[in-house]
Each structure stands twice: as C-alpha cells, then as structure tokens.
Design a protein around this ligand. Structure first.
Ligand code: ZN
Length: 167
C-alpha cells in the first residue's frame, strides 16, 4: 500500500517502437496447417495496480528493459510451439526437425529457432508466453501492490491479441 494518500486503481501502458520482433511461424492443429510465413510482431504491456511509495505503479524503465529482452529472444527466429499436438518435433545435432500431419517436413538450424513452451504460435499464446516471461524476469513485481499484467501482441496493424493475468 502506498502512504501518499492517493490510493486507487492506476494503470501504466507501454508500447515502444522497439517492442517488436520479426519472426516466422505457421499455425498447425489437427487437420489444418498454415504455410510458413512471417509477421512483424509488436508488443505492448499494461500493468494495473495501486501506487508504490514513490508514486509509481511500476518504474517504466523496468518494463522497458524486460519487454525489450523478451522481444529479442524471438526476433529473427522461427517460432516453434514445442507443445504442439499435430507436429512431431525433434531437436538433434543443432537442427530442429518438424514433421507435420500432412507429411510435410521442415528442418531449421536450432540457432535460427526459438523453442517455445506453447501449443500453437498464435498471437494469443505468444501474449501469454510473454506475460509469463515478464512476470518471471521483473523481480520488482512481487513487492508492488499490483492487480494485473496485460500483454498485447499484434501480428499486423489493428490485428492483435491480449492476455491478462492477475498478479
Ligand atoms: Zn501468422
């Protein structure tokens, strides 16, 4: 709780030009597979809560550092949804081999990929993954009087998914 008397429900929203990653992916689920393609993804972060004693919800600098780092992990990579039910994924000798339900096969250098603990590389699941990563990497969060964290991932202008988690 803050001690400056201005208790309430505050929100900070950060959406910098450098909150972005360019990545290749395809969505696959039983009976369906997209062709491999790419997006210039953009990310935004919203944190809701009460003020800390210094008058912040969370220092903008902490949000910017953590979000930039999580975007860098995925930039110029192929997004591999390791929990996919419809892809057979083998990581061997520095290569990631994907076999799809329809028999199509891909092989990428592991260094060109990011192996994600998600089932589909949809904007929705990416937003949830990024939110979990931010909660993990921002060690200031547990000490703050926060209510929720929201991450937006846009695949294209005006085409975005949001994920909210209570803190
Ligand atoms: Zn796509």
């Amino acid at each position: 709780m803050n001690d400056n008397g201005n208790h309430g429900d505050y929100e900070v929203f950060v959406s910098k030009d450098y909150f972005k990653f360019n990545a290749a992916h395809f969505i696959a689920y039983p009976g369906f597979r997209e062709r491999l393609h790419g997006h210039n993804y953009r990310v935004a972060v919203r944190l809701r809560g009460d003020l800390g004693p210094e008058g912040y919800v969370v220092d903008f600098g902490d949000i910017k550092r953590a979000t930039r780092a999580v975007c860098a992990l995925m930039d110029e990579r192929v997004l591999i949804p390791m929990n996919s039910k419809s892809l057979e994924i083998r990581v061997e000798s520095g290569q990631v081999e994907l076999t799809c339900e329809d028999g199509s096969r891909f092989s990428f250098p592991e260094a060109d990929c990011v192996l994600l603990p998600i089932a589909h590389s949809s904007a929705e699941e990416l937003a949830a993954y990024i939110a979990a990563g931010l909660r993990e990497s921002m060690d200031v969060l547990p000490a703050r009087p926060l209510l929720c964290l929201e991450v937006t991932v846009a695949e294209a202008p005006n085409q975005e998914a949001r994920f909210r988690m209570d803190l």
